[in-house]
Design a protein around this ligand. Sequence first.
Ligand code: SF4
Length: 386
Amino acid sequence: MIYSYSAISTFENCPLKFKFAYVDKIKPLRKNIESFMGSRVHETLEKLYRDKLFAKIDSLQELISFYNERWKKEMHGNVFVVKGYEIENYRKMGEMYIRDYYNTYKPFDEGKIIALEKRIFFPLNEKYWINGIIDRIAEKDGIYEVHDYKTSLYFPSLNELDETQLAIYAIALQNLYGAEEIELVWHYLAFNKEIRIRRKSYEYVKEEIINKIEKIENAKKEGKFPAKESALCEYCEYQPICPLFKHRYKIDEMKAEEVAEEDGFSLVNKYWEIERKMEELETMKEELRKKLIDYARKNEVEHIYGGDKLVKIKFYRNLHFKDDKIVESILKKEGLYEKFSRLDFIALSKAFEKDAIPRYIKEKLKEIMEEREVIRLYLKEVKREE
Ligand code: SF4
């Protein structure tokens, strides 16, 4: 089985997107401007170093012209912008990244170029292989470097940095070149900064990746690819076929008079209207409740009679423990905790799904467990792309 890092991270971000892209092999239906710009910047930096291999140092102007030509040639109507800026803003951002990079690294002899856009392919174990493309491999003083260009507008701290991708590439370099010392270099172009990390071994990443691949393999076996809604959905190229968004695309393409007749559209509006009325009624009910209590207190009655109905009001007091933790520790100390505590089935089923309990316990629980369909409806405001 062959996996690329991008497939693994797509699955982690959203199993359904992984299904569209890698199981059904559906080509992206639209392209977000961030990734469009990222591709153009990558191509330009590749050209810079490829020309350098031929002893040609491109001028900054040449590179900017190349970037703009590629931008023009590749631009198409399905490139979309999520944030409230123009496509032109992104083109200028890419230019700025190239300019800053150029001025910082000129004459680009910070290391010997070993390979550009290098496709790697190597076994993680006897079952799984990894493939991927490394932006640039360089070598300096016997130390190999894996370079990766990032056009993200977020500059991670060392704690936040996800080393996995470059760590796998480092293992690939050990396989390819027998490299012993390898440094990982991230170029955060928007900040004109690089982050370097050098570890003695990158083997730690293998187990993590194998676990992730096994999760994907299980999902494939069980056909389970749930849609995972997140902030990344806004940038997703598969929105038009995703069950979370395809109805919106359907009604966006309909004429206004047809939309009002569309079943889903009118059902939601009716549901929304009823929900609103229920909220109003709940508020009215609460006000009446308070008035009834006032009435009962003032008139010293506990039963209040209407026509066919009466309201019984009971005044009583119960005990409230102010600090759960202290209560818990007292009961534990006195050996009474088990008698008064209840099992948290929600936490247990979450742990079960996340493999956070030992396998042999899972097997025992499986025998007395069943999956039940749960259906919940939530009403939310529709967010529109700006
Ligand atoms: S829109 Fe969101 S939930 Fe749907 S496929 Fe894309 S990432 Fe997944």
